[in-house]
Design a protein around this ligand. Structure first.
Ligand code: PEP
Ligand code: MN
Length: 293
């Protein structure tokens, strides 16, 4: 890594890559995020019903996903929108995990909910709206569960790394950084997918990077292309919204893939994932050559 990045991100020293700490691998239920294998996380925006969740879980597992996403506590822009099933949603996620073996990632929105959500989730998601909620970050960190930290919609890369530093400083080394698009003057897409952030994070940080093309795009027809771009930028993982009937979804339907669109996306990713593996092997060989001089 170029020295100037060390100065630029000086407030987050522990998240930066070093010779001693080239890459963090987050392990949950036999899945390694940040390891050699590319990991797909998929599932509905919100947990709605048992039938919806289980059908989605079985489908995405068959298509190659390793982690099931789904919100039981939903941060919504309107107080009149669906707020999530709460504990009932967590129980459905647990059932889906038992039936499919998929690990579970789900959002925790408040400090008070951390013990409950941590009891059910394999990975705690901190949402964009809470990226700088340091009391929540501290409580989530101390639960011991890995943290999927979503970039705030108006957060810089340095802001995100400061939040990651807060988790590490509270004794939790397992942080996954999530690029999910940021607010810009562009309104045709829901957010602006910051692909440079993915490339930069992979260069400067040892933490695994996951890309969320669904919230970045806001439109389902854009999701597969953004997913391919994320793999090409060397993200370790993807998190994608999938639902049996997106037009009937209780939240974020317009950006959600149905089963066949998810299958098509997974198939289209294959050559990109193969290239990523080649590139990883090459850069590892380079690092070895450098080490032996
Ligand atoms: C979500 O993952 O459904 C979500 C609410 O994401 P974000 O916090 O990135 O808006
Ligand atoms: Mn969503």
């Amino acid at each position: 890594m170029h020295d100037s990045w060390h100065d630029f991100f000086a407030e987050s020293p522990d998240v930066l890559k070093t010779d001693r700490r080239p890459q963090t691998v987050v392990r949950v239920l036999g899945v390694e995020i940040g390891g050699d294998e590319f990991v797909t996380m998929a599932g509905p925006c919100s947990v709605e019903t048992e039938a919806q969740l289980l059908a989605t879980a079985h489908h995405v597992r068959r298509a190659g996903a390793r982690v099931l996403r789904g919100g039981a506590f939903k941060p919504r822009s309107s107080p009149y929108s669906f707020q999530g099933l709460g504990r009932e949603g967590l129980k459905l996620l647990d059932k889906a995990r038992r039936e499919t073996g998929l690990a579970i990632v789900t959002e925790v929105m408040s400090e008070d909910d951390v013990p409950l959500v941590a009891e059910y989730a394999d990975i705690l998601q901190i949402g964009s709206r809470n990226m700088e909620n340091f009391t929540l970050l501290e409580a989530a960190a101390r639960s011991g569960r890995p943290i999927l930290l979503k970039r705030g919609m108006v957060a810089t890369i340095a802001d995100m790394l400061r939040s990651a530093q807060c988790v590490l400083a509270n004794g939790n080394p397992n942080v996954i950084l999530c690029e999910r698009g940021i607010r810009t003057f562009e309104t045709a897409t829901r957010n602006t997918f910051d692909v440079a952030a993915i490339a930069l994070l992979k260069q400067v940080s040892h933490l695994p990077v996951v890309a969320d093309p669904s919230h970045a795009a806001g439109h389902r027809e854009l999701v597969p292309a953004l997913a391919r771009i994320a793999v090409a930028a060397e993200a370790d993982s993807l998190i994608v919204e999938v639902h049996p009937n997106p037009n009937k979804a209780w939240s974020d339907g317009e950006q959600t893939l149905d089963f066949s669109a998810f299958d098509a996306m997974m198939a289209s990713l294959k050559p990109y994932i193969a290239l990523r593996a080649d590139h990883l092997a090459l850069s590892r060989a380079d690092a070895l050559m450098e080490a032996v001089g």
